[in-house]
Design a protein around this ligand. Sequence first.
Ligand code: AMP
Length: 145
Amino acid sequence: MSLDGTYDEGNIFAKILRGEMPSAKVFEDDHVFAFMDVFPQSKGHTLVIPKHSRARNLLEEEPQVLSHLILGVQRVARAVRAALQPDGIVITQFNGAPAGQTVYHLHIHIIPRWEGVPMGRHASGGMADPKELAALAEQIAAKIS
Ligand code: AMP
């Protein structure tokens, strides 16, 4: 999919938001929802999405929604740091298939990194154990402030 197109209400993140698909939830407020990536590029790979949005990518999003989104990302990234003590954290976001985007509901990746531990490939590694994801989500959620 290119940068242009229409929002698909059947995309996987819209289904998660509607409760039609399970997720390992980390955090939620009026504006954002955070949950574990099921194909994590590192331990603790978390996604943050706007709850009230039909933007497929960053370019389509309303400024007000973006403001809440980035504040949510900062809050969750701080919790990831407190919970998992990484050496660094990658914050990333893809727009359009040629850029690597695979799900077309705006989302931001929080990927903790440790010295000497290579980052997994984007959206193509193995699926994580749901129990492990649930445990990580709980650990991170406990550090949300
Ligand atoms: P992107 O490729 O930037 O659009 O990112 C989409 C991300 O969603 C990838 O990192 C996938 O591993 C992840 N993903 C796909 N399906 C699910 C799902 N059901 N629950 C959580 N993460 C998912």
